[in-house]
Design a protein around this ligand. Sequence first.
Ligand code: AMP
Length: 398
Amino acid sequence: MKYINEIDIKGKTVLCRFDFNVPLDEDLHITDDRRIKAALPTINYALDEDARVIVIAHLGRPEGKVIDSLSLKPVARRLSRLLGKEVVLAKDCIGDEVKTLIQGMEPHCILLLENLRFHIEEAENSDDFARELAGYADVYVDDAFGNAHRTHASNVGITKFAKKCCAGFLMKRELNYFSTTLKNPLRPFVAIIGGSKVSDKLEALANLIRRVDKMIIGGGMAFTFLKAMGHEVGTSLVEENLVNMARRGIKIAKERGVKLYLPVDCVIAEEADPKAVTKIVPVQEIDPNWMGLDIGPASIALFREALSDAKTIMWNGPMGVFEIDAFSMGTFSMVHTVAQSHALTIVGGGDTDVAVHRAGQSDYITYISTGGGASLELLEGKKLPAVKALNEWEKKMD
Ligand code: AMP
């Protein structure tokens, strides 16, 4: 597939799909605008090429209904402020009014169309909906990495009808950091996988174990592995149906010479509550009615040591229930270790991203993904539907 700078968009009308699914507070103020900022290089490039820029995006999950609180109004305001120019927001993303607005666009104009997901046809990948969107422009540009694992009309269906298709600069960065690094990492290559459940990351674990030199497992999912090793883990999060799978994973790691690091101690409590009494114990001594909610200091030291010679680090998932202060030390220590390392450091989106920002260390990480779900699918070794669609369009043109 081609990127926006590899095709001629001079003076053309471009339709850019971005992921502007930003968090809002109860007063509908944007609390984190990184996804909007990440779109600026593509928009600025198009403006520099004297293009007319139509922007399409979604916000939340309105499931085909018009919900005022999920309007892209706050996005239009923020985008306008970041670009220092007017961004017109259309009342809808399809229909005659939109077409009239587009006809009136001058070069360098930006028109943001209202939330795509106000129409159920978007998530249904409807041909009619995709055809209408594609008809607005000379060139379709997909830069919505955070949505690239979905098969929707605005990112997959649209490539059937668009005159020209390409990807934007954010897509390029994301694919470069995830796909390219996974295929050809500087070694030692260490993966850190955490978060709540093994089941959510089973495919990523299976893919990574074939590629890494070391794997660190923390968070809730570590307890299924510790159980597989014969430890009593009290009431910690365990997926009983995956204990055997975890045992196999440990065996595969051994056979492949991959060093697998699991917590050796943990912070336990009777419940995941800010007021709960906590203890730090070796993993061999978890009380029957207590649960492991963070990695302990010995694990922090062990993981730090495992990371000390890394040249590439990929991290997805917190080491504990970091949302609660008492169980956040493991995750925040890991943030600092990763940030201070001399490796190429790549962090998946979602909770890990939140932890890195909360620790104020985002400037010291090589790359933080804007898409949790999409980056996880890349870790799983899957091809993203939106990227596949762009590649197929390119193949068709050959
Ligand atoms: P994920 O979305 O799979 O990356 O999981 C992130 C969630 O895992 C966070 O909300 C954490 O609170 C949770 N988590 C991390 N460690 C544990 C643990 N030991 N027990 C239960 N939940 C955990």
